[in-house]
Design a protein around this ligand. Structure first.
Ligand code: 13P
Length: 249
C-alpha cells in the first residue's frame, strides 16, 4: 500500500496570533489537496486561533514542542493534554533547534514520543547530522542512534503511525538543500533501521519526511524518491510557495 505523503510547515518562532490567522486564510485555498496530509506546526500561542481558522479545511494543526509530564510545577511548559484539548493532532519533537538551544536530548525526545502516543498525538520526530558529522562520514550511524533511542519502548503499532523528519542541520535555513540522492540515502537508512527494530510492516507504514531548505523548486524531485514521504518545511511554509510545495506534482 502506498504511503500517503505528509507535508508539514514548521513556522518556528514566527507569526503573532493575528498574523497566523491571516496566513492561514491566505494559504487555505492554495494548500487544498486531498492526496497529501497537510499540517501547520505553529507556535503555542497561535494554536487556538489556528485550530479555529482551519476548521472545514484539509489543514491539521501541530505543535512545535511539548513536555513529557502530565501536569504540575513546570513553569513555561505545555502538557500533552493541553494540546489535545486545543485540537492539536501532531507535535514536532526533537527539532535540531530545540536540541541546540534548549538542551533537548535523545532521552527527552524518547520520553516525549511515548507521552505523545499515550495521548493520541502523532509525533513528528526529528533527526539529522551536523556538517562535521557528514564530512566525517558518520552521519548514518549518528542518525541510527537518534532513531533507536527515540523509539525505545515504543510499540510497533505506535511506530507505524509516527512521522520521522530527516533534517540535516547543514541544510536548515541555509538555502543549501541536500540533493535528492543524499536525502533518499538517509531516509532509506532510517527505514532500514525501523525494519531492524520492528519488522517489514512497520518499516513500510512509517512516514519519513525530508526537511532543510525545501522550496517550490526542489520539492517535486525530493518527494519523488521512494523513501521520502513528504517534507517538513521551514521558511517556505510562511508564504504562498507552500501551496506549490503541497501541490508539487
Ligand atoms: P528551512 O526549510 O527554513 O530550511 O527549515 C527546515 C526546518 O528546520 C523545518 O523544521
Amino acid at each position: 500500500m502506498a504511503r500517503k505523503k505528509i507535508i508539514a510547515g514548521n513556522w518556528k518562532m514566527n507569526k503573532t496570533p493575528t498574523e497566523a490567522v491571516a496566513l492561514i486564510e491566505e494559504l487555505k485555498p492554495l494548500v487544498a489537496n486531498d492526496e497529501a496530509d497537510v499540517v501547520f506546526c505553529v507556535p503555542a500561542i497561535d494554536i487556538i486561533p489556528a485550530v479555529e481558522a482551519v476548521k472545514g479545511s484539509n489543514i491539521r494543526i501541530g505543535a512545535e514542542n511539548m513536555y513529557f509530564e502530565e501536569s504540575g510545577a513546570y513553569t513555561g511548559e505545555i502538557a500533552p493534554a493541553m494540546l489535545c484539548d486545543a485540537g492539536v493532532e501532531y507535535v514536532v519533537l526533537g527539532h535540531s533547534e530545540r536540541r541546540e538551544y534548549f538542551a533537548e536530548t535523545d532521552e527527552t525526545v524518547n520520553k516525549k514520543v511515548k507521552k505523545a502516543f499515550e495521548h493520541g498525538l502523532t509525533p513528528i520526530i526529528c533527526c539529522g547530522e551536523s556538517l562535521t558529522q557528514r564530512k566525517q562520514g558518520i552521519y548514518i550511524e549518528w542518525i541510527r542512534m537518534q532513531i533507536k533511542i527515540a523509539f525505545q519502548d515504543v510499540t510497533a503499532e505506535q511506530a507505524k503511525k509516527a512521522v520521522i523528519a530527516y533534517e540535516p542541520i547543514w541544510a536548515i535555513g541555509t538555502g543549501e538543500t541536500a540533493t535528492a540522492e543524499q536525502a533518499q540515502e538517509v531516509c532509506a537508512a532510517i527505514r532500514g533501521c525501523i525494519r531492524e527494530i520492528y519488522d517489514e510492516d512497520t518499516a513500510e507504514a512509517i512516514r519519513i519526511q525530508y526537511g532543510g531548505s525545501v522550496n517550490a523548486g526542489n520539492a517535486a524531485e525530493l518527494f519523488s524518491k521512494p523513501d521520502i514521504d513528504g517534507g517538513l518545511v521551514g521558511g517556505a511554509s510562511l508564504k504562498a510557495d507552500f501551496g506549490k510545495i503541497v501541490n508539487y506534482k
